[in-house]
Structure formats: structure tokens, C-alpha cells
Design a protein around this ligand. Sequence first.
Ligand SMILES: Nc1ncnc2c1ncn2[C@@H]1O[C@H](COP(=O)(O)OP(=O)(O)OP(=O)(O)O)[C@@H](O)[C@H]1O
Ligand SMILES: [Mg+2]
Length: 260
Amino acid sequence: MAERAIENLVIRNLSKEFKIENDVIKVLDDISLDVKHGEFISVVGHSGCGKSTLLRVIAGLETYETGVVRLGERDIRCSGVDRGMIFQDHRLIPWMTVYDNVAFGLYGMSAGEKKELIESHLTLVGLKKFANAFPAQLSGGMAQRAAIARALVHRPQVLLMDEPFGALDALTRIQLQQEALYIWETERSTMILVTHDIDEAIFLGDYVVVMSERPARIKKIVPVGLPRPRDRTREDFLDIRRKIYISLFGEQRSEIEYMI
Ligand SMILES: Nc1ncnc2c1ncn2[C@@H]1O[C@H](COP(=O)(O)OP(=O)(O)OP(=O)(O)O)[C@@H](O)[C@H]1O
Ligand SMILES: [Mg+2]
């Protein structure tokens, strides 16, 4: 596969408001974040704080009023193939096979190159044998894998994932987290994961970015720094989890508050 350019993502003093009739809701408030090429960043925060909005701004699907969002030398103002996005639902086209879903929108190469690229990504996500299956014939985990292949086949600099495993059962979720780690190590693209699962954030991320309640500000950036693959039962993993919970809920927290 062709080498990727080294491009860092720079976010400086980003603010974003939504106007609803006569109301203005501030959603992102003065966010600054540097994401180096190839880093895996996890983002956690309370529901409704603005995490999806932040991803959508980086994807170029939302405008912003103030600040800078730049990938390499380019200011981000609209969507592009240099950024891929994966959602909680797979959004595969139901009447197309897995192969055709992954092929969709892939232009500018010979038929042979295209086939090789699609097949290598189907292999990467473990779906080579299901190339001719339709989305309805896949399990939830397989459909999410197909969505990952569809995003990665464009060789994006940055893969944005908005609760990609949120709709899966606990065991499939853990399996997909392990696969996501393998995919990241193989692809070496930058990955930004929004999740409500603190363990998932720590298992995968180089850093965990903790957002405040709306309007979202960056409350804390927690470096993980543990060797991969990470053991969720190790004391140092649990210490990081504790740090994130305290950042989200404060020292005085109840069992119910743990269930976000
Ligand atoms: N297109 C829009 N128009 C108006 N308001 C919006 C729009 N998109 C999001 N919002 C508002 O912005 C706020 C943040 O929404 P966002 O979806 O970014 O939150 P979130 O952190 O991803 O929440 P969750 O964890 O529940 O997914 C919410 O109050 C939401 O109602
Ligand atoms: Mg969201």
C-alpha cells in the first residue's frame, strides 16, 4: 500500500454555536488540541456535551465560527477523503454486497489496484469470505467491520469514530476493540474515538480527552502510557480509570454516577 503523508491535526481556539430559531446554543468552547500523525485519541464526556459535534467539525460536516481546524497545511472547511468517519450504526447500503459497499466512491485507480485495495481491507477486518454477502446477512459486529473497511479503503489520514461499538453486545465490543487496535497498528492512520466506555477509551487511546458538560471545553487530557495490548485488570489501568471518573464526576461520586 502507498505510504501516507505525515500530517498532524491542529485545533486552535475552536468554538461552535447552533442557532435554533431565536436561541443560540454554544456547543464547543475554545477547544485547542494537537493530534500528531498516527496517534490514537479517545474522547469522553457527558451525553450532549458536544463530542459528536467536534468530530463532525473535524470531518468537515459542520461549520464553525471561531478558531482553526487544520490537517497538515489544509484548513478544514468541508468533507474530504483524507478524513473517514464511522458511526454507531454501520450505514451500509442494504442492496449492495459488502464488496460493493467498500468499493463505493473509490475512484482514480486501475481496476486491478481497486480490487487489491478492497480485498486487502476486507482481509484486514476479517471479512474476505463475506465479500458477496449483503448487510442483512451480517451480524452487528461484522457490519461494523465492513463500515471500518469502507472508511479505511480511502486511506484517510484521520479516522473519526463516533461510538462505533456502542450498539454491540459486551463480548463483541471487546473483540472489536482488540481488532481496532490491530487495524490501527497496521494502518498507522490517526484515529479519534468518541466513546462512553471509559475502559474502551483507556484500552485504545494514547490519550483520553475528557470534555466538560456543554459547552464542551477540554477539562483534562489524561495520557495512558501503558504498553499495548492493555490489561484492564492491572492496577495502573484502574488508576487511570479512577482519574477519568474523578475528572468527569468530581471526588464526591456515587455508584449511579459511574453509569454514564
Ligand atoms: N444540527 C444541530 N442543530 C442544533 N443543535 C444541535 C445540532 N447538532 C447538535 N446539536 C446540539 O448540540 C449539543 C451537542 O450535541 P452532540 O451530538 O455533539 O453531543 P454528544 O456529546 O455527541 O452527545 P451524546 O453523547 O449523547 O452522543 C446538543 O445540545 C445538541 O442538541
Ligand atoms: Mg454523540
